[in-house]
Design a protein around this ligand. Structure first.
Ligand SMILES: [Zn+2]
Length: 130
């Protein structure tokens, strides 16, 4: 089940076989829209996602970039352990550049643990405008 709360966060409530709510609540991802930019993770996106990924290693960041002519969306996460370490040790605020990790890995990368399945059935509960 996907629950769309009043605010911009998305939460997923796992349900049991009877489709009742579980007491287990976790935030799996956040999403960011880049209406006029390309599809990438800005420094603010990286710092925001860091707080999700340290609580849940499987957390993902979805970037929607409808005007990007090469890629309309991306599903990213911080590289482990290098990208996580760069962001953990960064005290800067706002938009700012980051040094590449010393081991040559990227700060963030496309998620390899996300599968797109357009046939997946699930319930959506949208609490906005109620
Ligand atoms: Zn930073």
């Amino acid at each position: 089940m996907l629950l769309v709360p009043l605010r911009f966060y998305r939460f997923i409530y796992p349900s049991n076989s009877a489709n009742s709510f579980s007491l287990c609540l976790f935030c799996l991802h956040f999403y960011q829209t880049h209406p006029t930019q390309t599809c990438f993770m800005s420094s603010i996106d990286l710092h925001t996602h860091y707080s999700y990924q340290i609580m849940l290693p499987e957390a993902i960041a979805i970037v929607m970039a409808p005007t990007d002519t090469t890629r309309k969306h991306g599903i990213f996460h911080l590289s482990e352990p290098s990208g996580v370490s760069v962001i953990r040790n960064c005290q800067a605020r706002g938009f700012h550049p980051h040094e590449e990790p010393s081991d040559g890995s990227p700060i963030y990368e496309h998620c390899s643990h996300v599968l797109m399945n357009t046939n997946l059935n699930f319930d959506v509960v949208d609490l906005r405008n109620k």
